[in-house]
Design a binder for this molecule. Sequence first.
Ligand code: FE2
Length: 385
Amino acid sequence: MSDSPVPEELTPDELYQAIRRGTPPLVLDVRNEDEFASWTIEGLPLNDLLNIPYFMFLEDEAGCLERLPRAREVAVVCAKGGSSAFVASILGQHGIRARNLRGGMIAWGDLHVTTGVASTRESAVTLSQINRVGKRCLSYVIISNGEALVIDPARHVDWYTSLAQAQQARLTRAIDTHLHADHLSGGPAIARSLGIPYHIRLDDAAGARFPYHSLADGTRLALGSSVVEIIAMHTPGHTPGSTSLLVNDKYLLTGDTLFVSSIGRPDLGDKAEEWAKLLYRTLFDRMAHLSDAVLILPAHYSGVAEIRHDGIVATPLGVARRKNPVFQSRTEPQFLDYVLNHLPAQPPVYEAIRRANLGQIVFDAEHATEAELGPNQCAAALSPN
Ligand SMILES: [Fe+2]
């Protein structure tokens, strides 16, 4: 192995952009079959993703090479980028252009891609969506006149401070729309390190071991100047404290309350029916006054099919009302029947993540990575996509 040439690398962002352009390399995942089955690179055509575990190259190199098309560029992927580098160098020795995914699936899980949703030069307001691709998690940064607000930040907080700095702004608030169960929030840490307020609604923050400011329904948040109006809307159901943020009457940051083609699961507190009833009232009463033109910006998505051509995960509320199956169940009993019969299994690690997000336990870096592996399981009532 020591005399193997060092293979070329590609970064997670380069791979993501190639997938978005529709010109991806063939992806060869060399992790074990169970790791591959639980989580891998998404958005590839069916035949462009292959799993040949690393050890098989040691046992039967020629047999493995026969399974690879000669004319295709290959990206080799493993957990951390080590065994994939070895396999990529073998492919290179046989005339196949193979690049190693730098940092492997760990780095893929930490890739954050920023896309501008709104930028109005005259009023100096920007709204950016930050897509943590490997987990299908979405955060937001709103900037107005040198002040920035971050919503649902992931634990890699440098992404948000850098984004604000690049626009000559300073973060002045961090908000979690609810107590997250699928990923570790960066909200409390970013608030502590910058000395800024951290907001989460009281109903979700019981037992929190850090200071927070609850967001009452109807609270107006000032940011930079009066050109941006941000109003907190209590939208319970996924959790009792779930709060959406209405920005300039145009954008609704829904957290895990409403997704593009599903809704946030109501069963994480073991009160599925009670919380599903809250969700029903949220969708059909609390959101009823909102215009069809309001753009829904969720905290998660269910698959690459929900990413629009411009790279943003979003849908007008009117389209969701027509197409999202959760709006098709009009009576409460029908809605409850539909939602309660579409609940996926709860990952066991979610309880520990919730406790960590209240500051009750602390994950070291290795355990944090392990706890967050794979896409979120926050949606109920998924439609096929
Ligand atoms: Fe959630």
